[in-house]
Design a protein around this ligand. Sequence first.
Ligand SMILES: Nc1ncnc2c1ncn2[C@@H]1O[C@H](COP(=O)(O)OP(=O)(O)OP(=O)(O)O)[C@@H](O)[C@H]1O
Ligand SMILES: [Mg+2]
Length: 186
Amino acid sequence: MRKIATDLRPGILDELGIVAAIEWVAKDFQRGTGIRCKVTGRGADQISDPVLSTAIFRIVQEALTNVSRYSAASNVKVSLERKGDTLNVEVSDDGIGIMEGKIFDPKSLGLIGIRERVLLLGGEALISGKPGEGTLVRVILPIEKVRTQMPRMRIDYRNGPPSQFTSPSTESSLPAGTPAGATACF
Ligand SMILES: Nc1ncnc2c1ncn2[C@@H]1O[C@H](COP(=O)(O)OP(=O)(O)OP(=O)(O)O)[C@@H](O)[C@H]1O
Ligand SMILES: [Mg+2]
């Protein structure tokens, strides 16, 4: 039951932040599978964008599910590392290694899902494996881009138009369709 609830809504993201939420997932994973799971997070705790943090959470969940199902690994590392305006997310295991043919197989829906999420956020995903040496899922996501793609607009009708908008010259510079008495803040 707890698993279903976690799968539907990662509410722990809001409560804990992305790094602690991933640590929680890792502990749960380690307890359930017996595969050692180590998490490192450098600079990632400043990420508060819910679109970005949900994407990271889902990507790591999918990669870990794959590790538990297919890798036969003893250890897996999850790393979240901020580098300037990008966030690098890596899930690497020391298992059998993903077969090359599976990486771009149209039936590999989990991996396709990872790539789609990453593409929507303007990032890139790299998936690789070496026989006997493990699998690496690496995702590089822009941090700033996500924020600027989602401008927040607030319209405040309570106090009427501010005085600078009441003169004919500035009123005409408002975007067409702006309701009288509205203040738009971006
Ligand atoms: N960590 C891994 N180690 C070894 N093989 C892997 C690993 N991750 C994925 N694979 C291989 O790649 C395939 C595709 O993975 P993908 O997540 O896309 O699909 P799936 O897990 O089979 O199905 P779904 O994710 O849709 O439930 C897997 O079936 C498996 O053969
Ligand atoms: Mg999968």
